[in-house]
Design a protein around this ligand. Structure first.
Ligand code: 0O2
Ligand code: 0O2
Length: 212
């Protein structure tokens, strides 16, 4: 297996999609609308992780391209839960890739406490030997969900995927707290928006009165 050759188009896909998804943020920033994208990261799965997962899921090396959908992975971080839907709507409308699968771990939280929305897309990469269709996984989550997942991921690494029960329970409680934080932030956001509306209305009325 020539890994360098195998992974090269994935690297290209990650780099291209990072630019494209960061572009959403830049476009919204130029308009007056709130941007649903806070930041974007991406990575090509390290070879030892690919081998581990292939073994765990019984995927032969010659089937990796079709059967492992997160060799190229992008992550879109949002401020508010509502932004996740706006990003998904945007992804569904794009014409530079097709969505082949969606997994909603935001409404259907995993037992670990993990929350995120996963979208698998089929993305065409242009190479000197022609077009290659690759599967790419895009994970969309709030900053709170990302905070939780990052910590849990590093604990899993530390404990070699066998987190002790008492810590697992604490992590589940922390996931509930993260979820409450997301709810609180959404409510604050609605209130801020309403306050802004009242303020704008008041200013408008004052202007009209001054003109009369
Ligand atoms: P490891 O082994 O995972 O710790 P830039 O071009 O500067 O914006 P940069 O620095 O090349 O970006 O990397 P980026 O995109 O900021 O990603 C940094 C880290 O985010 C990576 O760490 C990954 O851990 C993580 N990451 C980003 N996207 C994904 C994803 O979709 N899936 C997973 N599993 N992890 C992701 P490292 O240092 O590359 O490696
Ligand atoms: P990485 O690069 O280390 O993040 P499976 O691997 O069987 O659980 P499957 O079928 O590949 O799942 O797809 P799934 O569950 O939609 O997505 C798997 C990816 O979602 C993981 O990649 C993580 O990035 C993330 N994820 C899923 N569950 C959890 C969880 O409980 N905690 C955290 N922190 N992340 C989770 P990998 O394969 O672990 O690779």
């Amino acid at each position: 297996m020539n890994w360098e050759e195998f992974l090269a188009p994935y690297k290209q896909a990650v780099n291209e999609l990072k630019v494209k998804l960061k572009g959403i943020r830049d476009q919204f920033e130029k308009s007056d609308e709130h941007t649903p994208v806070e930041f974007v990261t991406g990575r090509v799965k390290p070879i030892p992780s690919i081998l581990d997962k292939a073994k765990r899921k019984d995927i032969p090396t010659d089937k990796l391209r079709e059967e492992m959908h997160d060799i190229a992975g992008l992550r879109v971080m949002c401020q508010f839960v509502e932004d996740i839907n706006r990003v998904i709507q945007h992804l569904r409308n794009r014409r530079d890739f097709d969505i082949v699968e969606e997994r909603d771990y935001v409404t259907n939280q995993k037992e670990s406490g993990y929350r995120s929305y996963h979208v698998v897309v089929r993305y065409p990469v242009q190479t000197i030997s022609g077009e290659q269709m690759l599967l790419v996984e895009i994970q969309i989550r709030t900053l709170a969900m990302n905070f939780w997942a990052t910590i849990e991921h590093s604990l899993n690494y530390k404990y070699n995927k066998k987190i002790p029960n008492n810590i697992q329970r604490r992590l589940q409680r922390a996931a509930e707290a993260a979820s409450r934080l997301d709810d609180e932030m959404s409510e604050i956001r609605v209130e801020i928006k309403e306050a802004q509306k009242v303020f704008m209305q008041k200013k408008e009325n004052e202007k009209k009165n001054a003109e009369n």
